[in-house]
Every structure is written in structure tokens, then in C-alpha cells.
Design a protein around this ligand. Structure first.
Ligand code: COA
Length: 376
């Protein structure tokens, strides 16, 4: 067998697969179209963020009004979605499998689904981005035997999502907190789900296939599924006093601690720093300070023992818990935000396309012969 070439790269670490103008990890922070995530989280809302990602810069006032109007018009789901969502909610399965199925069906309602021109993709993306929160909230409520709550015209995606999933209007502080979380999760360079979306787009398949595939990718616990896994881990540990023993056991057994580590950030994820601060304030109000203390201790222990830092999923679940949301809805919530980034990535891919087709270095046998069935 020949030597495995140095260019063979498990996990494509440090491989440049495309050029992009959308987002990048630069120095110690994350940029969307040149703006730092700290600046964006403090100063823009999610709708502005969508416009920023899909176009080359921030919207002016009339562009933002126009986008908000289009989103508001499309938050109500087509009637054909109702029986499907009722069936999906009753079915067994992971919350992201349910979302994947719902989005795939939503795409089948579009008679022009195959149109992959840039204006058509932007129009489809506006409709699906507006509808995604309504879909996630409806599935969540139907699973709990509750009736879906209709979107309210003229409200933000953040306000409507919290109102639709909880059946309770958010306070201005809750709306702002959730809106900031949506901005923080919107895009992240060539992460696994964005790469998935770009690979599917590169075959010149349709927009809904891109997004459905990306949802399947985000579902994994090594990617977006980690936010739910962090809350499950906190409940499994049980109390602050048991954190150190849990981490010792995990490190000795070489078990992954969820929400910790990152392929690119080795000195900490800037989004985790913002969410740590935001979750502290929210946890104080919600009486969840013990959970916050446990996470801080896990962070300290993992840094001391493995030199690893938290990623975006470490504190986000605590923010959502403090807002009264269920862990099984956390990863679908990630998708409600990340669809903005997936869309930007596939727009860029369609605009300057070449199909992704890497090679594998074959390490299997080369000289086998088929034996008749009776001799195998
Ligand atoms: C994010 C992640 C997938 C990056 O993976 P990666 O770049 O392939 O990193 P590796 O798995 O090669 O990790 C390198 C080393 O750190 C360790 N490590 C990485 N993440 C770890 C974690 N969360 N807990 C414990 N050890 C971890 C690995 O075991 C490995 O140690 P070793 O060199 O002693 O074998 C990985 O850190 C992880 O699985 N984290 C937990 C899941 C998570 O939070 N995902 C959300 C990502 S935003």
C-alpha cells in the first residue's frame, strides 16, 4: 500500500475550501462582513443581521423596513403545513429530525423550487427564514398538547418566536436577550452545516435541499446539538459539589465535555464570552445561579486540565432555560438563527459555483476476486 500523502487531512483541518466575504474568525474575534461580533451583538437586531449577511453591508432605514415587512408577511404558515406539523409533532424522533422533515415539506409547496437564480433564492430565503420560527414553535407546542400560537404582524422575529413558543409575550429585556442570541448564532465561516449547505448548493440543487441538509448537519452533538447536551450534562451532574469529580472522570476516561473545545478558536470563542455575561444576568433573575456557577467551574476545570475553552453552545442553553424554553428546542432555535448564515453561504456559492468534489486516499484492498455465492 502506498504512503498516505501529507495532503490527506482527516476533518479537513486548516483546508481552505473556498473564498468568502461573509464571515471570518479574525485575531481573537468573529467578523460578519467586517464588523466584530461584539459590535454587532451590542448594536444591531437580528433582522439587520440577516440583511447584512445576505447583502454586502448593513441596511439603511428603508431597506430594513422593507425586509421587516416581508418577514412579517411570511411568518404565517401556508395552510398546507398544518396537517403535516400535527403529524410530525406526534411522531417519535429528534426535534431536529422533525424540523428537517417540516422544512423539506415546506420546500415542496414551492412550485418554483428549482429556480436558483439569486433574486429567487433571496425571495425563498425570506419566506423560509420568516417561517422557520413559526414551524419550530408550532412543533414544540403541538408536542406538548398545546395549540400553536399565530405570529403577530409588525413584531420582530425574536418577539414573535418567544410569544409563539411560550404562549406568553416577552418583556422588552427578554426580546432583546433572545434577539442578541440570534445575532450571535447567525453565521460562523465554514462550520460543518454551512459547508454542508454549500456542498449541496454546489451541485446546483435547490435552496430547500441546501437548508434541509444543513439542518441534518447542525443536529449532531459535535455541532449545534451541543447546546442541548450541555443542559443534559448539568442535570446529570446535579450540583456544584459534584462538578470536580465529574470533570476528573470525564478527563480520565477521555470523554468529551459538551460545549467545550473548538476546531479553530484555541483561546476562547468570543460568542461564549458574550453569552457568559448575558446568562449571568438572566440566571440571577430566573433563580438559576447554581447552574451558572456549575458552568463557570466546568470552564475553569477544563481550562486547567485540558487547556480547552467554552464554545458558543456552553452558555447559550442556560440563556434559553432562563427564558423558559425546553432543552429539546435548543438546537432547532440555533437553526432559526443560522438559516441566515446558511442562506448567505449558498447565495455566495450559487453566484460563483464549482462543484465540491475532493478525493479520498484509498486504503482498502486492490486485488479481490468475486467468489460464487455458495463459496462465500
Ligand atoms: C468542537 C470539537 C468537535 C472540535 O473537534 P476537533 O477540532 O476535532 O478537536 P479534537 O477532537 O481533535 O480535540 C483535540 C484534543 O482535545 C480534546 N477535546 C476536544 N474537545 C474536548 C471536549 N469537549 N472535552 C474533552 N476533551 C476534548 C480531544 O479529546 C483531543 O485530546 P487528545 O489530543 O488528548 O486526544 C470538539 O472540541 C468537541 O467535540 N467538543 C464538544 C462538542 C461541542 O461542544 N461542540 C460544539 C462546537 S461549536
Amino acid at each position: 500500500m502506498s504512503q498516505i500523502p501529507e495532503s490527506a487531512n482527516k476533518g479537513l483541518e486548516n483546508i481552505i475550501a473556498c473564498t468568502s466575504e461573509i464571515s471570518t474568525i479574525h485575531d481573537v474575534t468573529l467578523l460578519y462582513r467586517g464588523y466584530t461580533i461584539e459590535d454587532l451583538a451590542a448594536n444591531i437586531g437580528f433582522e439587520e443581521c440577516i440583511s447584512l449577511l445576505w447583502n454586502s453591508d448593513l441596511p439603511n432605514a428603508s431597506q430594513l423596513t422593507e425586509l421587516k415587512k416581508k418577514i412579517s408577511e411570511n411568518q404565517k404558515l401556508p395552510a398546507e403545513m398544518t396537517p403535516i406539523l400535527e403529524m410530525i409533532a406526534k411522531a417519535q424522533g429528534h426535534s431536529m429530525a422533525k424540523l428537517r422533515t417540516a422544512v423539506s415539506y415546506f420546500g415542496m409547496l414551492d412550485t418554483k423550487a428549482e429556480d436558483i437564480t439569486i433574486p429567487a433564492i433571496k425571495e425563498k430565503a425570506t419566506r423560509l427564514t420568516a417561517a422557520l420560527g413559526t414551524i419550530v414553535a408550532a412543533i414544540s407546542r403541538l408536542e406538548q398538547g398545546q395549540k400553536p400560537v399565530a405570529p403577530v404582524a409588525g413584531k420582530t422575529i425574536a418577539w414573535n418566536f418567544l410569544n409563539m413558543i411560550r404562549g406568553k409575550e416577552p418583556t422588552p429585556e427578554e426580546e432583546k436577550l433572545f434577539d442578541t442570541a440570534l445575532v450571535l448564532h447567525a453565521d460562523h465561516e465554514l462550520n460543518a452545516s454551512s459547508f454542508t449547505a454549500r456542498v449541496v448548493a454546489s451541485t446546483t440543487s435547490d435552496y430547500y435541499s441546501d437548508i434541509t441538509a444543513a439542518i441534518g448537519s447542525l443536529k449532531g452533538p459535535l455541532h449545534g446539538g451541543a447546546n442541548e447536551a450541555v443542559m443534559i450534562m448539568l442535570k446529570e451532574i446535579g450540583s456544584y459539589a459534584k462538578v470536580d469529580a465529574f470533570i476528573d472522570d470525564a478527563v480520565n476516561a477521555k470523554k468529551k465535555v459538551m460545549g467545550i473545545g473548538h476546531r479553530v478558536y484555541k483561546n476562547g470563542d468570543p460568542r461564549a464570552k458574550i453569552l457568559k455575561e448575558l446568562s449571568l444576568q438572566t440566571c440571577k433573575k430566573a433563580g438559576l445561579e447554581d447552574f451558572h456557577k456549575m458552568l463557570v467551574r466546568i470552564q475553569e476545570q477544563m481550562e486547567a486540565k485540558k487547556g480547552l475553552m467554552p464554545n458558543v453552545d456552553f452558555y447559550s442553553g442556560l440563556v434559553y432555560t432562563a427564558l423558559g424554553l425546553r432543552p429539546r428546542d435548543f438546537t432547532p432555535i440555533f437553526a432559526v438563527s443560522r438559516i441566515s448564515g446558511w442562506t448567505a453561504q449558498v447565495l455566495e456559492q450559487y453566484a460563483n459555483n464549482r462543484i465540491y468534489r475532493p478525493r479520498a486516499f484509498y486504503v482498502g484492498p486492490l486485488d479481490k476476486k468475486v467468489k460464487p455465492l455458495a463459496q462465500r
